[in-house]
Design a protein around this ligand. Structure first.
Ligand code: ZN
Length: 226
């Protein structure tokens, strides 16, 4: 059995009957499963654990309003980055905040401004494990990027760079995917300069390469490129 396969221990599933309850709008728990499934921090360090999955029959299209943050998400579709600025203290926010968090501004409502698409990595991590949909992309870099002179940092994936070369202070450019739906995943960052990571010991570089290789081998084995 594949280590990522879900092994059913107790099966009280009602999935084949869900329509019956969903049509009545009765969303109470109707069935459950107890499974053994993976947990861990890196793909090769997976242990198996017992989890319980409950079933609540829904028949809905999930609608969600972005409310006062709508301008930001519309901007993603247009290929523009919108942030907000406090008219009182001038602080800029990206991700946007609808009200200023500076205590002296007493939640003053902010105004929309278009932000540049250049930024700097404030912090980052190299992902060695992820939720199922992103496993084939491992190992990838997730960073917090301060765009322009924003006071907040934007969580974003960094592409087109060897993870070993990523470093705090690296200038990046925000790019928009071809097909956009108004979601944070519509954007990613790429290096805007030649990376200049801080001096690292030979041991550290070797350790990093070894760790990355383990993850890459695991991904190639489980998601062979066609
Ligand atoms: Zn303010």
């Amino acid at each position: 059995m594949d280590e990522f396969e879900e092994k059913i221990i107790v099966d009280k599933s009602v999935l084949n009957e869900w329509k019956k309850w969903a049509r009545k709008g009765d969303m109470r728990v109707k069935g459950y499963k107890i499974v053994e499934a993976p947990r861990g921090d890196r793909v090769d360090r997976i242990s198996r654990e017992r989890f319980m999955i409950v079933e609540r029959p829904h028949a809905v299209v999930y609608q969600h309003s972005f409310g006062l943050l709508s301008r930001f998400y519309e901007g993603l579709i247009e290929g523009k980055l919108y942030g907000t600025r406090c008219p009182k203290c001038g602080l800029k926010y990206l991700p946007p905040r609808t009200h200023c968090w500076n205590p002296s501004c007493k939640l003053e409502e902010t105004e929309w401004i278009e932000m540049p698409t250049e930024g700097v990595i404030v912090t980052y991590t190299i992902m060695a494990f992820s939720a199922t949909p992103f496993l084939p992309e491992l190992p990838f870099v997730l960073a917090y990027v301060k765009v322009g002179d924003a006071a907040t940092a934007l969580p974003i994936q960094v592409k087109e760079i060897d993870p070993i070369d990523v470093h705090i202070g690296l200038k990046v450019k925000i790019k928009f995917k071809e097909e956009r739906v108004g979601d944070l995943m519509d954007i990613y960052a790429v290096p805007a300069e030649k990376p200049h990571p801080p001096p690292r010991s030979k041991e550290e570089i070797e350790w990093l390469k070894r760790e990355l290789k383990i993850v890459e081998e695991w991904v190639n084995k489980h998601f062979p490129k066609k």
